[in-house]
Design a protein around this ligand. Structure first.
Ligand code: OSB
Ligand code: MG
Length: 374
């Protein structure tokens, strides 16, 4: 395939309710989509990708505008020069550009989708997925009060979600967790995510979480603190799970060998793409480390692709792959539906969903078309 043009569409989609983490409170989903058109043996084919970078550099160093900028100046120009571009070689061609995994992943997604369309294949079949549906967990933001936390989680349990993940931060941890266990008992999967809000000096405080039978604690310490997570893991019974720290297969290998991660959250965008993400799945499985699929409040496009990856056999814990209606009144693709605590793995060609042009038009705040130079 040869890249002919690439359009970056920035979108802003209202959230059904504000989503608050230890690092920010969001009321809209702001991201950009990559629409890439290729010359192929079957004529022109267009593939779509989605960047998981957030509007501000608070979860990772990348953000929406940095992704658009690096794609425009550096990444797209490299790919315009390649005659036989394949999904499997995108990350190789882009390897000299340091960092920017989310920007690279969004482009790789578009190449993957075009290649799947060329080969008339679903993403699930391409990856080797083994199940038709995946258990659906929900990520619950930090609420204004303990009562509100209990009410909101009660609603998601009622809807049938397979597992609850609650965001925590210093001062909003023990009390809401204890109240949720008191209200709903020990019979449901419950885990917490600190998004790097603590330091190792909080170890004795964090140990108190061991009382609540949590499935895991996700990323209590900083992105660069793999060794410190291994120290904390020795002090806690709650299984340690890393998100932000796992930026590549190499980082996953380090975390596993240092005892910093009993469980790994896999997010393709954070590690530079779905192909790198699959490597992490394979290497974790080889070490007997459980993985689950993380989420970045994706639109239906990213959500559909995530469900396909999560259909691999090593994903033994429910992922943050909720129904579209958890975040959006209206998604930009067909709605991803949660039923009986699960979400179907799309079986259509490509990612099995398509961007609705009218909705794209409505949610789009900006777009830029990139073409080969000269
Ligand atoms: O840490 O998992 C995280 C959303 C944005 C940034 C970071 C995280 C999250 C979530 C949302 O927890 C998960 C989802 O998409 O359901
Ligand atoms: Mg997380």
């Amino acid at each position: 395939m040869k890249l002919k043009s690439m359009t970056l569409h920035q979108v802003s989609i209202p959230l059904v309710t504000p989503f608050e983490t230890s690092f920010m409170r969001e009321t809209e989903k702001d991201c950009y989509l990559v629409e890439a058109t290729f010359d192929t043996p079957k004529g022109e084919i267009t593939g779509w990708g989605e960047s998981v970078a957030m509007i501000s550099p608070l979860y990772s160093s990348e953000y929406v505008a940095s992704g658009i900028d690096v794609t425009k100046r550096w990444l797209a120009p490299i790919l315009f020069g390649i005659d036989d571009l394949t999904a499997e070689t995108v990350s190789w061609h882009l390897r000299h550009v340091i960092g920017h995994p989310m920007a690279k992943s969004a482009i790789e997604m578009a190449v993957i989708e075009a290649q799947l369309k060329l080969n008339d294949q679903s993403f699930k079949d391409y990856l080797g997925g083994v199940v038709d549906s995946v258990p659906s967990g929900v990520s619950v933001g930090i609420q204004d009060s303990v009562e509100e936390t209990v009410r909101v989680i009660g609603g998601y349990l009622e809807e049938g979600y397979a597992r609850i993940k609650l965001k925590i931060k210093p001062g909003k941890d023990i009390a809401p967790i204890a109240a949720v266990r008191k209200a709903f008992g020990d019979d449901f999967g419950f885990q917490v995510d600190a998004n790097a809000a603590y330091t190792l000096v909080d170890a004795s405080h964090l140990r108190r979480l061991d009382e609540y039978g949590l499935l895991l604690i996700e990323q209590p310490l900083g992105e660069a603190d793999i060794r410190q997570h291994s120290e904390l893991a020795k002090l806690m019974e709650t299984p340690m799970c890393l998100d932000e720290s796992i930026v590549s297969a190499e980082a996953a290998a380090d975390a596993i060998s240092m005892g910093a991660a009993a469980v790994i959250n896999i997010k393709p965008g954070r590690v530079g793409g779905f192909i790198e993400a699959k490597k992490i799945h394979d290497l974790s499985a080889a070490h007997g480390v459980a993985v689950w699929h993380g989420g970045m409040v994706e639109t239906g496009l990213g959500r559909a692709a995530n469900a396909a990856l999560a259909s691999l056999p090593g994903f033994t814990l429910p992922g943050d792959i909720s129904g579209s209606n958890r975040f959006f009144h209206e998604d930009i693709t067909e709605e991803i539906v949660m039923y009986d605590g699960k979400v179907d793995v799309p079986t259509g060609v490509g990612f099995g969903v398509s961007i609705d042009p009218a909705k794209l038009e409505r949610f789009r705040t900006d777009s830029v078309e990139l073409l080969p130079q000269g």
